[in-house]
Design a protein around this ligand. Structure first.
Ligand code: F6P
Length: 379
């Protein structure tokens, strides 16, 4: 193996550049390989191709730098959507890319991405082209790894936003609703909600009722606190309703979520009469410097990916499991989305510390827990 390519796909995440730096340092410095960066995700492998060699000086200073020096694309020609919403991986595009890889002398790829990008990587593997994946998503929704880099930074930003909303909410006796990212999984909302002392957490895994959320706001108002902090995943949905979309996408793009905070803001003001404001945190969660943990994880993933490559572990993805970096088959990595278990430990802890999820059966849930507790204490 003399030359490997490296590609960053999908939305960016803090830590992508730190992985690139580790890949180049390990591959060039330790194994004497040549590293070629593919620009604009996999699109750089099509048409006249956009690539550039990466040497040590190209990755200098990249550890704290957000974004990706190679550019990123959410979707391109490697995945097509049928009008019915089905995804198709067009074979002629993969053949063109593999011909170009051969022409450029690139003998394998290290692919940094989330489920969409890793699906493309798995297809290269199916065609027999050597690939190793590195998991990336601020949503932390890949089941095969306990953490993806970018998540901890996003969590810090969301938690800081909640801290800041607390002081203004308290000063004005208002309800403040923060919308955070998380399409199918509520990890950012759950973790930041617990870390930032939210009163209500709304996540896709626990459909909510507006009345239950309003009840929590009113209860707090009657007791000691006239303000209330709510954090909502963009993918949270009303029980019996659906998630809220900004637009329904098209043939080249999936539907785009957004608007849950604004929706709840209007509804809560109507039901409770309390002054309410909404804030969408958006891409502030993805831009800028990775925190220390993400830099460390990204560096470890990058170096381990090169080592996996050199060991011939093609078709695998590096993953964090039990504080160790292991490799798992790519097929396994893309097979399952990691969602928040509604009865999991952190949800339970959140409830025990007074946080509501707005679940329609939340009162019943509490009653059951209290019943179990008093039954146990009288035994
Ligand atoms: O997958 C990460 C993610 O941050 C999602 O939580 C969010 O819905 C999406 O990316 C936003 O992507 P875009 O940059 O296309 O708006």
């Amino acid at each position: 193996m003399k030359t490997i390519g490296v590609v960053t796909g999908g939305g960016d995440a803090p830590g992508l550049n730190a992985v690139l730096r580790a890949v180049v340092k390990t591959a060039v410095g330790e194994y004497g390989l040549r590293v070629v960066g593919i620009e604009d995700s996999f699109e750089g492998l099509l048409d006249e191709t956009h690539t550039r060699e990466l040497i040590a000086k190209d990755v200098r200073g990249l550890l704290p730098r957000g974004g990706t020096i190679l550019g990123a694309r959410n979707r391109g020609r490697f995945v097509e959507r049928t009008p019915e919403g089905r995804t198709v991986l067009p074979e002629h595009i993969y053949r063109e890319a593999m011909n170009n890889l051969e022409r450029l002398g690139i003998e394998g790829l290290i692919v940094l991405g989330g489920d969409g990008t890793l699906t493309i990587a798995a297809e290269f593997d199916r065609f027999g082209f050597p690939v190793v994946g590195v998991p990336k998503t601020i949503d932390n929704d890949l089941a095969a790894t306990e953490l993806t880099f970018g998540f901890m930074t996003a969590l810090d930003i969301a938690t800081e936003a909640l801290d800041r909303l607390h002081t203004t909410a308290e000063s004005h006796d208002r309800v403040m609703i923060l919308e955070v990212m998380g399409r199918h999984s509520g990890w950012i909302a759950l973790h930041s909600g617990v870390a930032g002392g939210a009163d209500v957490i709304l996540i896709p895994e626990i459909p909510f009722s507006m009345e239950m959320v309003a009840q929590k706001v009113i209860e707090r108002d009657r007791r000691d606190a006239q303000f209330c902090i709510i954090v909502a995943s963009e993918g949270a949905s009303l029980a019996g309703g659906g998630a809220i979309y900004q637009d329904m996408g098209g043939v080249d793009r999936a539907p785009r979520l957004g608007g849950i905070a604004n929706f709840c803001c209007n509804e809560l003001e109507r039901i409770t009469g309390k002054e309410t404001r909404s804030v969408v945190l958006g891409h502030l969660q993805r831009g800028g410097r990775p925190n220390a943990f993400d830099r460390m994880l990204a560096t470890n993933f990058g170096a381990c990916a090169v080592r996996a490559f050199m060991a011939g572990e093609y078709g695998k993805m590096v993953a964090l499991q039990a504080a160790d970096i292991v490799t798992v088959p790519l097929a396994e990595a893309i097979a399952q989305t990691k969602t928040v278990p509604p009865d999991g430990q952190l949800v339970r802890t959140a409830r025990d510390t007074g946080i509501s999820f707005g679940a329609p059966d939340e009162c019943q849930h509490h009653a059951n827990l209290q019943e179990t507790a008093s039954a146990t204490s009288t035994q």
